[in-house]
Design a binder for this molecule. Structure first.
Ligand SMILES: Nc1ncnc2c1ncn2[C@@H]1O[C@H](COP(=O)(O)OP(=O)(O)OP(=O)(O)O)[C@@H](O)[C@H]1O
Length: 616
């Protein structure tokens, strides 16, 4: 098992609550934001992309609401005139009208449902794509701060929650608001006296609703955070299944996941409880209000102040108003949940990539020679600003030269490659490619000039051919085969069940370490870039695959400027020059022969590190 694969995993690291800000002022800010629906404003541009459908949905909403609002009037007329005068023709007429209203209501509701759900799905699909596109451009520094499981949770769970808000909740809110306002207006028209009573009752219902809504919103954010935390932990462990099982840690991991999942349940339970209480409270207040009003109205009927039909009409409007209020409370809960989700997504979208192309990038000479120069480069990782991982590093690599970088673990070898690819910017000093500062180049140009064979080879759940084509999507099948042959990979690929069309499992689990490396080399050969960066895998390969990998590397390095982070003596010996790093500084440089003759760090390292191999 290549050790490197599990390198980033932090089984021992305490669970970091997702998205909990590190310092108090930020926490306060977040708390303030949480109280509002403002995060949902970010959805506006997505909604506005579909003006016709929005207008259609709104029209359908209004028509449906109007149809509903005419029903009580028909009922009053029927009771007061139809029944009162026992006029059969009139009853027929009213029922016909009710049927027409019913048809309009049904049609408008169906149209509303279709359009609204369509908008919800569309908005979420667009949002999800945009969030992912943004995430793909955030640099390694972001992913050092953020768990990948958390990222996935936001990308899926949070966007789904927004779907509920963008479609259904907004439409329900509009529908119920129209119904509420319409019903209230009609109540006043029907009976101002009774309406006054109702108007006294309504604030009693609305005020607790607002207060409770806040509680629900806070709890919902907590439930989501806890869920994200649990998924992050699960994803990490599953991707490190070998480490987990080799250390017999399955049960401990399962227990910890169960705990996290339990906490998510607990948070959800609190939220559900708050919502249940809210629903109960509202229904109780609404029923009490209606009974009171009815009571008062019934007395009016007995006293001859109001007709039975009018009281019925009023009561139906009051019921409509109450039902709308009830739905609004539910919609409020959902919308605030979605606001929580939108806020979490906005945190991603507001994260600007640290490394971007300059507005007016410099042009690289063509053809590119592939000369590299580090000039007094100092660099500290953003997470450890006080420690220089590289300290005053200067060197030049001429076109076609092959330079190996050696040094003790942690001396800064991989950092040199990261800076050259501009995953980070130097703290001071500059890095030049063909005499052009790489910070003035478009990232696309810089990275297409380099091919990287990383220590930790990433393979994707796709066919072998697609894995080799990664980064060069337009390459033909023949190109792929040629690259694989040069990488000494063709033979083993052809021996696989479906040859180049063999699908690799998640992260290419069924290939050996040496085979994975050769796929990565084929990928770099296919890219055909003038500068080659090799981060040699530390995992020991057996002699045969080491030789195969070595031959593959030689054919790859031919005619290209190559920088190798070297762990193997063979690589170092054939290098034109060796740079010896120690504590972020270049302490020696020269050929293998020159350096072994000095009694410096290299001589000691090669004695210690490569002594056995040299003896062989
Ligand atoms: N992303 C990071 N954030 C903070 N510090 C880092 C990061 N990556 C590396 N470092 C630190 O920077 C120093 C140089 O690391 P680097 O990975 O370049 O060493 P290396 O020589 O390649 O080591 P190895 O041979 O073990 O791969 C180390 O002290 C390491 O702890």
């Amino acid at each position: 098992m290549p050790e490197a694969k599990d390198r980033d995993l932090s089984l021992t690291e305490p669970l970091r609550p997702a998205a909990v800000p590190d310092d108090a002022p930020v926490a306060k800010d977040a708390e303030a934001k949480r109280r509002s629906l403002r995060p949902l404003r970010a959805l506006k541009p997505y909604l506005m992309r579909h003006p016709a459908r929005l207008a259609g949905a709104l029209a359908a909403l209004v028509v449906a609401a109007m149809a509903m609002l005419t029903i009580p009037m028909a009922v009053r007329r029927m009771i007061d005139h139809g029944f009162g005068s026992a006029d059969g023709a009139m009853i027929d007429q009213y029922f016909m009208m009710l049927i027409i209203i019913g048809v309009v209501l049904a049609g408008a509701s169906a149209v509303r449902f279709y359009l609204v759900t369509w908008i919800g799905e569309r908005v979420v699909a667009d949002l999800r794509s945009d969030v992912f596109a943004h995430l793909a451009h955030l640099g390694p520094a972001f992913y050092e701060r953020t768990h990948s499981g958390e990222v996935m949770s936001r990308l899926t769970a949070d966007t789904t929650q927004i779907k509920a808000a963008a479609g259904t909740a907004i439409s329900q809110a509009v529908r119920n608001t129209i119904m509420l306002i319409g019903a209230l207006a009609m109540m006043i028209v029907t009976s101002p006296g009774l309406s006054l009573m109702v108007l006294i009752v309504i604030p009693l219902i609305v005020l607790p609703l607002i207060g409770y809504g806040r509680v629900v919103r806070r709890l919902s954010r907590r439930a989501q955070d806890t869920l994200a935390e649990a998924s992050a932990y699960a994803a990490e462990n599953l991707s490190a299944v070998r480490t987990m099982q080799a250390f017999g840690h399955e049960n401990a991991v399962a227990r910890r996941f169960a705990d996290a999942s339990e906490r998510a349940f607990e948070a959800a339970r609190e939220r559900i409880f708050a919502r249940a209480a809210l629903t109960g409270l509202i229904i109780m207040l609404a029923v009490a209000g209606i009974v009171g009003v009815l009571w008062y109205g019934a007395a009016g009927v007995v006293g001859g102040d109001i007709s039975v039909g009018r009281l019925s009409q009023f009561v139906i409007y009051a019921l409509f108003a109450a039902a709308s209020l009830g739905s609004l409370s539910e919609v409020w809960g959902e919308t605030t949940q979605a606001a929580g989700a939108a806020e979490r997504i906005a945190e991603f979208m507001d994260t600007e990539p640290e490394i971007v192309s300059p507005p007016n990038p410099a042009a690289l000479p063509s053809p590119l020679k592939g000369e590299i120069e580090f000039r007094n480069v100092r660099f500290a990782y953003p997470s450890r600003p006080d420690v220089f991982a590289l300290d005053d590093v200067s060197f030049r690599v001429t076109s076609g030269e092959r330079v190996a970088i050696v040094g003790p673990s942690g001396s800064g070898k991989s950092t040199i490659l990261s800076l050259l690819l501009r995953f980070y910017d130097t703290t001071s000093g500059e890095i030049l490619l063909d005499r052009t500062n790489i910070a003035t180049l478009a990232l696309k140009d810089l990275r297409s000039a380099t091919a990287l064979v990383p220590q930790d080879v990433a393979l994707f759940a796709d066919t072998i051919a697609e894995n080799i084509r990664y980064g060069t999507p337009n390459a033909t099948h023949d190109d792929v085969v040629r690259a694989a042959t040069a990488a000494q990979a063709d033979a083993f690929i052809c021996a696989l069940p479906d040859g180049y069309e063999t699908r690799l499992g998640e992260r290419g689990i069924q290939l050996s370490g040496g085979q994975r490396q050769r796929i990565a080399i084929a990928r770099a050969i296919l890219k055909d870039a003038p500068v080659l960066l090799l981060d040699e895998a530390t995992s020991a390969l057996d002699t045969e695959s080491e030789q195969a990998v070595q031959r593959a590397l030689e054919s790859l390095a031919k005619g290209r400027t190559t920088i190798v982070v070297a762990h193997r003596l063979s690589t170092v010996q054939s290098a034109d020059r060796i740079l010896v790093l120690d504590g972020g500084r270049i302490v020696e440089s020269g050929t293998h022969r020159e350096l072994t003759q000095k009694s410096g760090l290299y001589a000691r390292l090669s004695e210690l590190q490569f002594g056995n191999e040299a003896a062989e």
